[in-house]
Write a protein that binds this ligand. Structure first.
Ligand code: G4P
Length: 531
C-alpha cells in the first residue's frame, strides 16, 4: 500500500511558549479558523495559576474529563493538522520536552512586551538540539513596547537562531495599524477584537503605491517603506530549506486575542511546515512511507479517579498504517497486543478510530503495560530514539514512612513510567533519589501515592545540583571516578550511570579534571553537552 498521500496531508506540531505569552489563545484561534470549535473559551487553559496542589489536581481532573488534553486534530485546507498540547507550567516542562520529540515542527509564541523569557530559551534549546523547524509568533502587538528590530535582535541572540520576518508590524500599541505580509505581499489592517469575517486585506504588491498612504497615513507609509528596505538588506530572501533544517526561524507579528495576524500565520504554516519525516530508532532510521507499521508511546495520562486504574498512552505513529484490533508486537515486553478502542481527538471530541497514519497521535487504553518510550511494531525489534530523560532540576531523597512498602514501590514505579519524575538508585546504601523539573511535582507524587496506592513517604533534601549521564572511552578512569565519588553516583531506570554534581562550579571542575569522561545532560548522548 502507498500511504504517501496520507503522509503529505499531515502536519504534526506543537505551540510552545513561556506561560502567559498567549499559547492557549493562539491555539483557540487556530481551532476557530479551522471551524473545529464554534465559540471562544472552549479551549481550557492548562495554566496553573496559583501553583498549588489543589489547582494541579483540579486541572488534572478537568483533563481527565475533557479530551483535549494531549492532541487536538483538525482539518484545514484539506490537510490534517495534529496540534499537540503542552503544559504551561514550568514544573511540567519535562512533559513538554517529551512532546517536542514527536512533533515535526513548532510554533513558538513570544510576548512582544516581555521578549524572550526563561522558558522560551529552554524550550528553544530542545528544538535546536533536535533541529526542529520553528516559526516564531510575536504576540500582543496591541500593547505598547519596544522596536520590532530590537526584538528580532533579541530573538537571534537569546534563542541562538537566525530569524527572517515574514510579516512586519506597522506601529504598535494604541497606534498599531496592522501588518504587512512579506510572504503574500499584502497589507492587513487591524481592528480590535475583529470578527473572523471582518478580516480586511489590501493587496499591495508594490510598496511605492499610494494605496499605502491611503490606508495607513503618510507617516506610517514612509516608515514601512524604510523598514522593509532595511529588512530586505539585513535579512535577505527567505529560504524554505533553512527553515526546514532548523537554521532559520520565520517570524510573524500579531495579536492572538484580537484575531490579528493569526490567519496569516496559519496559512504560512500549512504551506511551509513539514509533513511527517523519518524517525531515528536504535537499529536504523524509520521512514514514514514504509509499509510496516511502527510507533511509540511518548506520554501516559493517568486518570486520577482512584476507582478506575485506567490510563491513556499517547502514541505517535511513525510508519505504515495502524489498524484497530490488529495484533502488534510490544517490543520491550516481547508480547503481542491489540487495541479494540484506539482513540483520535478531532477538535474537542474523542472518537474511536479504525486506522491511523504516520504523524497521527492516538490514545491507547493502557492496562499498565506501557512506559514512556515503548515501541509497537509488526514484529521488528526496534526502539525509537529521541525520548531522552532530561536532567532534572530538583532532587530529593525518598524515605518510606508507611508499612506498605510493596504499594509504595509499585506506585513510584508507575509514576516514573508515566514520566512524572525520574527515580535514581544511588550506589551507596540503595538510597532512592527522585528528580523532577519543579517542586510542585513532589506534592503531586505524595498526593498520588496516597490517593492511588494508599502508600506514604516523605522527601528529604539532598545537595544535588544536576544529574549528568556519564560515558567514557577509558573504562578504568570511569570506574575510578565512580568509586571516588560513590556517594554522588547512581543508576537511572535503564541502568545508565548518572553522576550528581553539587554545584555548577564543581561540575565545571569535574569536567575539566576528567577529559576522558563525557558528562551529558540528557540520557541520549548526542549534541547535548551544551546547557
Ligand atoms: P498561555 O497559554 O501562553 O499561558 O497564555 P494565554 O493564551 O492564556 O494568554 C495569557 C493572557 O494574555 C490572557 O489574559 C490573554 O487574554 C492575554 N492575551 C493573549 N493574546 C493577547 C494579545 O494579543 N494581546 C493582549 N493584550 N493580550 C493577549 P488573562 O488576563 O491572563 O486571561 P483572560 O482572563 O483574558 O483569559
Amino acid at each position: 500500500m502507498d500511504y504517501s498521500d496520507e503522509i503529505k496531508k499531515r502536519r504534526t506540531f506543537a505551540i510552545i511558549s513561556h506561560p502567559d505569552a498567549g499559547k492557549t489563545t493562539l491555539t483557540e484561534k487556530f481551532l476557530l479558523f479551522a471551524g473545529a470549535i464554534q465559540i471562544a473559551g472552549a479551549v481550557k487553559s492548562n495554566k496553573i495559576k496559583k501553583t498549588t496542589i489543589s489547582d494541579f489536581m483540579e486541572i488534572e481532573r478537568q483533563r481527565g474529563i475533557s479530551v483535549a488534553s494531549a492532541v487536538m486534530s483538525f482539518e484545514y485546507r484539506n490537510l490534517k493538522i495534529n496540534l499537540l498540547d503542552t503544559p504551561g507550567h514550568k514544573d511540567f516542562a519535562e512533559d513538554t520536552y517529551r512532546t517536542l520529540t514527536v512533533v515535526d515542527s513548532v510554533i513558538l509564541v513570544v510576548d512582544s512586551v516581555k521578549g524572550v523569557e526563561e522558558q522560551t530559551e529552554k524550550l528553544m534549546n530542545v528544538c535546536r538540539m533536535r533541529k526542529t523547524p520553528v516559526i516564531i509568533f510575536v504576540n500582543k502587538m496591541d500593547r505598547e513596547g519596544g522596536s520590532p528590530f530590537d526584538l528580532l535582535d533579541e530573538l537571534e541572540k537569546k534563542l541562538d537562531i537566525k530569524v527572517r520576518p515574514l510579516s512586519w508590524p506597522i506601529s504598535r500599541g494604541s497606534s498599531f495599524k496592522g501588518v504587512y505580509n512579506l510572504y503574500d505581499k499584502n497589507l492587513h489592517l487591524f481592528k480590535t477584537q475583529q470578527k473572523l469575517a471582518d478580516m480586511e486585506a489590501v493587496s499591495i504588491s508594490d510598496l511605492k503605491s499610494s494605496l499605502l498612504e491611503e490606508h495607513i497615513g503618510a507617516e506610517n507609509a514612509l516608515q514601512l517603506r524604510e523598514d522593509i528596505n532595511l529588512l530586505n538588506g539585513v535579512y535577505g530572501t527567505f529560504e524554505k530549506q533553512g527553515y526546514l533544517s532548523g537554521e532559520v526561524a520565520p517570524v510573524f507579528f500579531g495579536s492572538a486575542v484580537n484575531n490579528f495576524g493569526v490567519k496569516e500565520l496559519l496559512d504560512a504554516f500549512v504551506e511551509i511546515a513539514p509533513s511527517p519525516g523519518p524517525m531515528a530508532a536504535d537499529a536504523r532510521i524509520v521512514k514514514p512511507e514504509e509499509e510496516a507499521f511502527s510507533g511509540f508511546v511518548f506520554k501516559i495520562h493517568a486518570n486520577l479517579d482512584p476507582r478506575h486504574r485506567d490510563r491513556i498512552a499517547f502514541f505517535r505513529v511513525c510508519s505504515g498504517r495502524f489498524e484497530r484490533n490488529k495484533f502488534y508486537k510490544h517490543v520491550r515486553l516481547e508480547t503481542e497486543v491489540r487495541f479494540p478502542n484506539p482513540a483520535s481527538f478531532m477538535g474537542q471530541k474523542k472518537e474511536v478510530i479504525d486506522e491511523a497514519f504516520p504523524g497521527d497521535v492516538i490514545g491507547l487504553y493502557d492496562r499498565e503495560i506501557f512506559k514512556i518510550g515503548d515501541t509497537l511494531t509488526e514484529g521488528e525489534k526496534l526502539m525509537f530514539k529521541g525520548i531522552p530523560s532530561f536532567s532534572p532540576e530538583v532532587f530529593k531523597e525518598l524515605i518510606h514512612t508507611s508499612m506498605k512498602a510493596k504499594q509504595l514501590e509499585k506506585g513510584i514505579k508507575q509514576l516514573t513510567d508515566e514520566g512524572v519524575a525520574q527515580l535514581f538508585l544511588m550506589s551507596h546504601g540503595n538510597r532512592k533519589v527522585v528528580g523532577t523539573v519543579g517542586l510542585l511535582q513532589f506534592e503531586v507524587i505524595l498526593y498520588r501515592l496516597q490517593h492511588e496506592y494508599g502508600a506514604e513517604c516523605r522527601f528529604e533534601p539532598v545537595n544535588f545540583f544536576k544529574a549528568c549521564w556519564l560515558t567514557t572511552t577509558n573504562q578504568a578512569k570511569l570506574d575510578e571516578f565512580c568509586k571516588f565519588k560513590a556517594d554522588r553516583v547512581g543508576r537511572d531506570k535503564d541502568d545508565n550511570i548518572v553522576f550528581f554534581a553539587e554545584s555548577e562550579w564543581m561540575l565545571h571542575h569535574y569536567i575539566e579534571q576528567n577529559p576522558e569522561i563525557g558528562f551529558h545532560f540528557t540520557s541520549e548522548f548526542k549534541n547535548d553537552t551544551k546547557e
